[in-house]
Design a protein around this ligand. Structure first.
Ligand SMILES: NC(=O)c1ccc[n+]([C@@H]2O[C@H](COP(=O)([O-])OP(=O)(O)OC[C@H]3O[C@@H](n4cnc5c(N)ncnc54)[C@H](OP(=O)(O)O)[C@@H]3O)[C@@H](O)[C@H]2O)c1
Length: 407
């Protein structure tokens, strides 16, 4: 048996322990000696759990036990997850995690510690929950030059946007329902402001380029300004509103990385991705377009991704796996110079000012039918392709209700 330890017996950690017990038969096809959870580290005791006898409260019990070969960190947060992970790596244990916050902020350091100690640090579950995306990037797509990566990386916001679209409901009302159903946290800021999506696109961009994309440098917008009317206008031009984390290689070789709502056209594979589902779109120069789709969160899907790392680590005991990226920083393109087409929603009385500012490239969206009545007093336009800077300059002080980029 290969002995492992799980740090944090919450949603994901308990899923990992149960999956390893329940799916031992399938795991043994790859790891014939089997995998066994020897310790579970948590603050609390779990007297009613069948795993109560494995719960410990000190990391030293785990790091000082030479039988433990792999540690799964499913505690979340930066500390003490970072210190515990580093200690495990320094003590000859490979580590895997679902903790995107830690991977984005300190993953480079932990991969370096792993390398220095002949260990590995894996984090399949940190992006896309149960969707296998990091391993395909590290293995199946190593030969590819990736030029676009990203997509719908946050199930909470995709659920909210889908409900708003389907029911014509307001953001605040749908957020409340999402919280009641347990899809959104009581403090939803990290999801609705786009921070969670931003961390994930930083990880994906780092993987695609082999250099570290800095989350703090990635422009980030959430979905709090989206109104039901935006879906009506989007529909009229064959598009849907989606929060995307997207990284693109530009013509000059630099990378544009951004988190923002986009109007996605109905012929794009991301268009039909709805509800809590996530999807990661990849374009490689040889393989062309790919899309990875599935559940981006939840106990079992996320545990499945963590255990896929455990199995890979168990199959490579004594063989350190290549780091996902190096310490070099990814220089991002000047976001002001990036070009897009922009959707603008404004009060009807601003139409003249917008037409004067943007000239003949501006197209007014024709709603037609009944929706036009519901949106009396409002108008919407789409600009031609212009840079962020030119857009801001032309918009100047004209008061608008919302602006969304077109994908
Ligand atoms: N849930 C998902 O669907 C999902 C999906 C993808 C990624 N993730 C990521 O996976 C990680 C875990 O998420 P989760 O939803 O499983 O969180 P969770 O349910 O809150 O579980 C975390 C567990 O770790 C324990 N813990 C916290 N600090 C600890 C410490 N210092 N020492 C020992 N135990 C400690 C917590 O105890 P207390 O409850 O007593 O604080 C809790 O039992 C997070 O980084 C999250 O972002 C989660």
């Amino acid at each position: 048996m290969i002995e492992i330890a799980v740090l944090g017996f919450g949603t994901v950690g308990s899923g990992v322990v149960e999956l390893i017990d329940n799916n031992q038969e399938w795991i043994r096809r790859s790891v014939p000696e089997g995998i066994h959870v020897k310790y579970i580290l948590d603050i609390r005791d779990f007297p009613n759990s069948p795993y109560a006898d494995r719960v410990v409260h000190s990391i030293d019990v785990i790091t000082e036990d030479p039988e433990v070969r792999i540690v799964c960190e499913t505690m979340g947060g930066k500390e003490p997850a970072f210190t515990f992970s580093r200690k495990a790596l320094e003590n000859g244990k490979s580590v895997c995690t679902s903790n995107k916050e830690l991977v984005e902020a300190l993953g480079t350091e932990l991969m370096l510690t792993a390398k220095q100690n002949g260990m590995s640090y894996l984090f399949e579950a940190s992006v896309g929950g149960g969707i296998p995306i990091l391993r395909p990037l590290r293995n199946s797509l190593v030969q590819e030059e990736i030029t676009v990566i990203g997509g719908i990386l946050n199930g909470t916001t995709n659920y909210i946007l889908t409900k708003m679209e389907q029911e014509g409901a307001a953001f605040d009302d749908v957020l409340k329902i999402a919280q009641e159903k347990g899809y959104a946290e009581r403090n939803p800021e990290a999801d609705v402001e786009g921070y969670d999506c931003g961390r994930k696109i930083a990880i994906l961009a780092s993987l695609a380029t082999g250099k570290k994309a800095d989350y703090d440098e990635i422009p980030c917008e959430g979905i709090t300004k989206i109104a039901a009317s935006d879906f009506a206008y989007a529909k009229a031009i064959g598009r849907a509103v989606k929060l995307l984390g997207i990284a693109r290689k530009l013509g000059d070789g630099s990378w544009s990385v951004r988190t923002a709502p986009f109007l996605v056209p109905d012929d794009h594979p991301l268009y039909p991705v709805s509800g809590v589902f996530n999807a990661v779109f990849v374009h490689g120069t040889m393989v062309d377009d790919l899309m990875f789709y599935g559940r981006g969160a939840g106990k079992n899907p996320t545990a499945s991704a963590v255990v896929s790392d455990v199995v890979e680590l168990a199959m490579h005991i004594g063989v350190p796996l290549r780091s996902a990226w190096n310490e070099e920083k990814l220089t991002l393109a000047d976001s002001d110079l990036e070009s897009h087409r922009f959707y603008i929603r404004a009060a009807a009385e601003q139409a003249e000012a917008l037409e004067a500012a943007f000239g003949s490239g501006l197209e007014q969206i024709d709603l037609g039918g009944q929706e036009e009545d519901a949106l009396t007093g409002t108008t919407a336009f789409v600009t031609g392709e212009i840079s962020e800077r030119t857009f801001a300059e032309r918009l100047g002080s004209i008061e608008v209700q919302n602006v969304i980029r077109l994908l």
